[in-house]
Design a binder for this molecule. Sequence first.
Ligand code: ADP
Length: 569
Amino acid sequence: MTGTTATVTAARPPLRGWRDWRAWPDNLIRLWRRSLRFRTVMITLALTALTIMIACVWMALAIQDDLFRSRLTQVLSDAQRATLAAQTTLDASEPQGDTVQLQNLMRSVTDQLAQQSTSDMIAAFRIDTAASAIAPQNFTSGGLTEDTVSDGLREMVQSDAGKQWWQSVVVPAPTGGGEVPGIIVGQQILVPDVGAYELYFAYDLSSASQTLGFIQGTLWVVGIALVLLIGAISWFVLRSVTTPIGEAAETSAMLASGELGVRLDVHGEDELATLGRSFNAMADSLESQIKELADLSLVQQRFVSDVSHELRTPLTTIRLAADMINDQRDDFDPSTARAAELLNAQVQRFETLLTDLLEISRYDAGSVQLELEATSLAHLAEDVIGSMQQVAEQHDTDVRLVAPGGYSPVEMDPRRIRRIVRNLLGNAIEHGEGRPIVVTVDSNQHAVALAVRDYGLGMDPVDAERVFDRFWRADPSRKRTLGGTGLGLSIALGDARLHGGELAVWSQLGGGSNFVLTLPRHDGRLSGPSPIPVDPGDDGASGSEALGLTQPIVLPDHDRAPAPRGGTS
Ligand code: ADP
């Protein structure tokens, strides 16, 4: 299907409201595609957030490791110091195998350990499992039990007398209730007369993990604040770049739409200012070239108009002479008579061409005025069909009017509309191959329309696109009996547009053509679809088939009111 095309600026669909959350994904995708600023800020935010997150995690891990190591060094030296002090006391004593003395000695050593060490979770277990009557009991304090010490650690401590061993464990929280991460440190201590004991100190790491929690929290807060800050900064920085770009885009769109006087405001000397200056220079050159072309076109229009006017007078004389010669052709020999006939036909054609040229030059000069009159399109179509009945009969063509609507008068210039209908019908008869032609008139609340459907030669889509071009003819070799200047449809389109209406075409090679003229009822502009679709929908059915489908409608008398129809007239 081919219709007349109007240049439409591709309007960007507006974003649906942000209040409706279901529209958010669509809005965000559209914003991503449309806004350079939004896209750049989002990419900056994503990359900054990723970088800051990696930095925060790395820093948190490093700080955690550092805190642990320094606490470990501290607890190892604390345990070492306390153990050494206790060992010195034990070495200085001479219990001489006395149970009571050994018990007292062990008690004082336990007290000393508690004083020397910063931990109150201390335990000592005798290594030798053989029963002894004098050996002091194992002891535990501060909630440290035998279960807290793993078998692995105990084996290590038992295996090496001079070494310190440690292990990460969970220990009871110092505040009571729950458990906290901690370190347990073990080494041997030698009790005179009895033998070696495993000595364990447990330290909680709650203060270190509190510090770590605080640092991690601070890192996250700082990280998020940084991301937002960088986002805001890039938004403002980008604004200073994208705003001039947006202005340039808007200005070039205005320039493209024909506002040749628009220019960019240029400030400063940076790259954007250079761009603005170059843009303005380009616009200046474009404006002057277009002005030159417009002047040239004006000269051409004037030339066509002047030549047409100048030709009118001699042509009238030639026409009179040709008529006279033609009237007397019976007195001539056959070849002169034929020449007289040809002369007459060509002079007629010349006259039509001249009239069309004058009309076109009036359009170009913008000096066409409509003489509006309330007119019934259905009755106008009936008149035109009547006036062309003879031509139709010459072509053995049956013209049928189907008018379910379009009776009520609409403001139009009847002389011009009649000319359009005559042209469409003339073309249909010319190219209809003698098949029936259906003229349809219908209306809706916005518009009235008239369609001329023929089932003749038709055109391929490329030809149909060009049908309204001046001087264009689908196939100049086609036999021509009517019109033939190639200006008829161009004038018809001009007339339709002057009314605020439209002229559209559907055509199929071998399937015929359908021309639809649509005129607005009000305001001089179309505000809805045409009452008659340009695609006839019969897909090139032969004329007689189509006529079989359409019921002949007897037109009401001019003075009789049309049959009422819902929504249309
Ligand atoms: P012309 O005066 O040559 O008829 P128009 O502007 O009216 O000029 O038409 C331009 C060309 O469009 C015609 O020469 C013809 O080739 C083609 N055309 C117009 N109407 C029809 C139709 N109904 N069927 C096929 N071709 C058509």
